[in-house]
Ligand binder design. Sequence first.
Ligand code: ADP
Ligand code: ASP
Ligand code: MG
Length: 408
Amino acid sequence: MALIVQKYGGTSVGTVERISAVADRVKRYVDQGDQVVVVVSAMSGETNRLLALSSAINDQPPSRELDVLLSTGEQVTIALLSMALSTRQVPARSYLGSQVKILTDQSHTKARIKAIDSEPVLADLAMGHVAVVAGFQGVDEQGNITTLGRGGSDTTAVAIAAALNADECQIYTDVDGVYTTDPRVVDGATLLASITFEEMLEMASLGSKVLQIRAVEFAGKYQVPLRVLSSFEEGEGTLISIEKNADMEAPLVSGIAFNRDEARLVVRGVPDTPGVAYKVIGPVSDANIEVDVIVQNVAADGTTDLTFTVHRNDIQKSKTIAEVVASELNARDVAIDENICKVSLVGVGMRSHAGIASQMFKTLADVGINIELITTSEIKISVVIEEKFMELAVRSLHSAFGLDAEAS
Ligand code: ADP
Ligand code: ASP
Ligand code: MG
């Protein structure tokens, strides 16, 4: 007998038939004697539909009310799945985040989980019931409904698995595991039998939305055994594993992530004096805007350019802030570019190998792609390039690093 937390994403509960298929799978686990907690997302498209409704009414809705609205999607699926289980004679009870309860901070639309009171769920499991929990939502100390950010049901599942000390947390989705890159972009992407937490964390933070980044953080921190699998096909999926010592055997590059969520901002002609980077980046961060890649050019004529990237949604706000600072500093001007993307190679094997960066740059040069910015860490190399070259870059790198399915 095992205690298993299963999470089903939007596509997996997107129709009545699919909810029924989920109920069948849950029943199979219950029949073999396992205790099961199921976390579900809203039906696919529902969260987007709710967002569209809210922006049709108010383009800057109060975030408290937005959370009240967005949390309704998951309320529908917990009830429907519990009903589907009930028709299969599997006793089940649904829980909203506030009923579990999943206590979060007060940051509406991107709340962080602070604590989980698992007593009600444990009591249900002890009685042989399946607990069906709404993903993506929680409640703050004052009783306000909060949500955890897009893709947040993954985090709900992992956090519950950690709180219950579950034997495994299974993330069921619409692909059969974690691939070397998004299989919807590269046909030849290869399914990975396992990937380390560290690599998965980089992949998630660099744009692979198969798991929400916080879910991976939680799983690593609390050592939750985590597996990504298909809800449509049988298979072992991908195990997110603790890093093995046998680093030598790790492939140089395990995966390629990419995103087009960022935009670039250049403050041109700033005086090359101490404190300038701080004076520009400081106010941007103070406005709660996350800054990603930062590059300061070598000065010529006593002035330099300071380049950084932010989320596209924050570009206009960042520009306004940077323009104020630029005029205070007597900088020449502020330019923005929204047509960029970031492509990243990830792999723990990079740690022990030099030469990956040069192979990456050569591959891109061979297909005529200009690199605008570069950033590296121990286990990743990211380049910022023109957005229109994104797919070409990902495909070329995927082949060059031997990740294509035929090559493995
Ligand atoms: P769910 O609704 O089940 O949470 P998501 O759409 O959030 O599903 O995540 C699954 C999607 O993640 C896949 O359909 C796939 O397009 C995308 N994806 C991006 N990168 C990867 C990757 N490296 N491996 C697998 N899937 C990936
Ligand atoms: N329904 C939410 C979303 O679409 C949460 C999730 O699916 O994980 O982002
Ligand atoms: Mg998701």
